[in-house]
Design a protein around this ligand. Sequence first.
Ligand code: HEC
Ligand code: HEC
Ligand code: HEC
Length: 275
Amino acid sequence: MRNSLKFFALTLVSIGLVFGGSGLAEAKKKKKIPKKPSFVGAVKCNGSCHDPYYQAWKASPHGGTFNLLKPGNRVEAKKRVKLDPDKDYTTTPLCLRCHTTGYKQRGGFKPAGSKNKKGKDTSTPIDPEEPNKEQVGCEMCHSVAGGAQFRIVMKNTKGDFKKAETEKYGQRWDYANVCTRCHTHKRTPFKPDVHDKYKFNFEERKKKVHPIEKYWTADNEDQKLEKLKDRKKETAQSEETPLIIEDFKVVKNKLRFNKKTMPYNSKKKSFRYKK
Ligand code: HEC
Ligand code: HEC
Ligand code: HEC
């Protein structure tokens, strides 16, 4: 009896090993696309795929937007728009919308003091060495509602995808348009009529977004996107018809998006383009 039990147990273990093992190998080859879009942070785009972009972004102004919200930084600029230079704005909802990644959206940045219903701290950890969701990351320019889904398409195809395939999962290609989520947006305190330096020339500015040229090394040269040229020949839907730009306001110290201005309609799982 004991022996047959032992045998039975061993058989179970080996079946588990065979099936579990091959299942794992399968999972490594192709990952499942998450059901809903969400923000994952810039660090997830780094590593084996976009290292030079991450390095260039990290050194760029967008890699340091959270710091501008701290007291004592950019004193003159703050005074000019009647913000208090001694105030800590790192938990102020209005500022977080444009200075961090995905604030008040699924997976997005959560400031210090954030708690769930049970009172557990849910604030996003910040590592000064590795800028991530607390800054204006990749997904604020490249995604409609976060990159969790299209990131998997990119991985599964090893970069060999068509614009339409990732666009279906919320990657956006309306580059000149996406900047106006923040620059020249009606809710920004730093409008062109305040100072000439806030005027926005897309062609000039885009050169500074992630100047990758000097970040290629022996370690990441295999990440060169051979398809970059092919992709330039394609035209995505969002290039033809840009997505609409979010409007929002702060009500009782909470950021409220105007639902009709959300470029992703989560109920219908569809996108809203400019008419
Ligand atoms: C609608 C988006 C938006 C909101 C809301 C917003 N900002 Fe900004 N902020 C920007 C953009 C865009 C720039 C860069 C402007 C430029 O350089 O042309 C900027 C720049 C700044 C700068 C640097 C200005 C300079 O000239 O050096 C500071 C400081 C700053 N923001 C603080 C804040 C604070 C504090 C809040 C909240 C009270 C806030 N921002 C809210 C979009 C926004
Ligand atoms: C402030 C907006 C912005 C941010 C933030 C940003 N990008 Fe970009 N990205 C752009 C623009 C604009 C282009 C197109 C540049 C051009 O056409 O010259 C681009 C192009 C790219 C491309 C080439 C794709 C193509 O075919 O157009 C890749 C890859 C890329 N970015 C990755 C990243 C990664 C990874 C990050 C984060 C570490 C990031 N980007 C952050 C705006 C941004
Ligand atoms: C989510 C908000 C947001 C979006 C979207 C965004 N920016 Fe910015 N951008 C900022 C903030 C905030 C700053 C201020 C950084 C600073 O002054 O240090 C800034 C600063 C910059 C700067 C540095 C100022 C300078 O000229 O030296 C450039 C360049 C720039 N943005 C280009 C772009 C471009 C191009 C796009 C669109 C492809 C874009 N930004 C989209 C928030 C945004």
